[in-house]
Design a protein around this ligand. Structure first.
Ligand SMILES: [Zn+2]
Length: 320
């Protein structure tokens, strides 16, 4: 499996804890091991029995912002993500709901009493729609992380986040962008869309990416093209932070998100990132909030012990 490009951490996470040296002597235990690895990594159990690794979802995913990834790497990423999403969806009882339009979703969130759409309200909404969202702490490839992906399985969706962040606004944008792909029907028969790099910061090369960005902006700010004008000639990070904290809530926009919008318009990312430091009282790894929420929402009793253990491991949650 290492030869196929899978990372040690992914193999370790998928390897069942019941496995022992004695089990190696039992044909049925070896078969069960193959099925467990297949379910969790998205590889063919039949090929494993012939000592080969075949990724199941090797040509059913779409990749964005490619930068020289090979076919095997893409297959490993997609298959791992789709396998994880299938397991996650077993722990979500909700029926299939396609995310509504950005405007409808924004109205629903604000009607619920939220002053603006932020990461916390988005996470709650996703789970309420039956769309699980987790932040991966284990990646299938040793050398290549991915920004985020959205998976569709039997009309249901799951979002896997990959890129670490210390502040919630960038993650809220990524999540809203992935919801955009789901809502706008971009999967259209594909099992997954993999955003390898940050959609907000990269040159958008195709229409789907642009449309998903517009969806995200409409959901987070109320406009697919937020009108950001500054009346101060040159904003320092501190001034920008003060301005978005003043203006954001008035317009129903989370201040950190408004700072990112400013960066999007002016392409001054460094200043916006510096402003985030002044906007949020503390730095904290956002994955903890995402996965803490997921841990509460997943119906763990609907999962086998083996699957539950695997999901907890890849979510960076303690087992046992
Ligand atoms: Zn995208």
């Amino acid at each position: 499996m290492k030869d196929a490009g899978l990372s040690d951490q992914a193999i370790d996470a998928a390897w069942p804890t019941w496995w022992s040296e004695e089990a190696d002597g039992s044909a049925s235990a070896r078969a069960e091991l193959r099925f467990a690895l297949a379910r969790k990594l998205g590889v063919s159990p039949k090929a494993l029995s012939n000592d080969r690794v075949e990724f199941v979802w090797h040509d059913t995913a779409r990749f964005k912002h490619l930068s020289g990834e090979g076919a095997v790497q893409k297959a490993a990423l997609a298959s791992f993500g789709v396998a994880v999403a299938h397991l996650l969806l077993q722990g979500v009882g909700e029926a299939a709901i396609r995310p509504p339009s950005a405007e409808e979703l924004r109205d629903a969130i604000r009607d619920g009493g939220a002053p603006f759409v932020d990461l916390t309200s988005l996470l709650a909404t996703c789970w309420a729609l039956g769309i699980p969202v987790i932040h991966l702490r284990v990646f299938p490839l040793a050398t290549k992380a991915m920004h985020a992906m959205v998976v569709e399985a039997n009309g249901r969706f799951a979002v896997l986040l990959g890129k670490d962040a210390q502040y919630p606004a960038p993650v809220a944008f990524t999540l809203a962008h992935e919801l955009g792909h789901a809502s706008l029907g971009h999967l259209n028969g594909a099992s997954a869309i993999v955003d390898l790099d940050d959609p907000i910061e990269s040159e958008q090369e195709d229409d789907d990416e642009k449309a998903a960005d517009r969806y995200a902006l409409a959901l987070l700010t109320g406009s697919p093209e937020p009108d950001i004008r500054t009346n101060i000639g040159k904003f320092g990070a501190r001034q920008l932070a003060a301005a978005v904290q003043e203006e954001g809530p008035k317009r129903g926009i989370e201040p950190g998100t408004l700072a990112l919008c400013y960066a999007y318009r002016t392409e001054n990312w460094a200043r916006a990132m510096a402003a985030l430091r002044h906007i949020y009282s503390e730095k904290k790894p956002v994955w903890r909030e995402v996965n803490g929420f997921a841990e509460d929402q997943i119906d763990w009793s609907a999962l086998s012990d083996d699957s539950a253990e695997f999901l907890r491991t890849i979510m960076g949650m303690p087992n046992g």
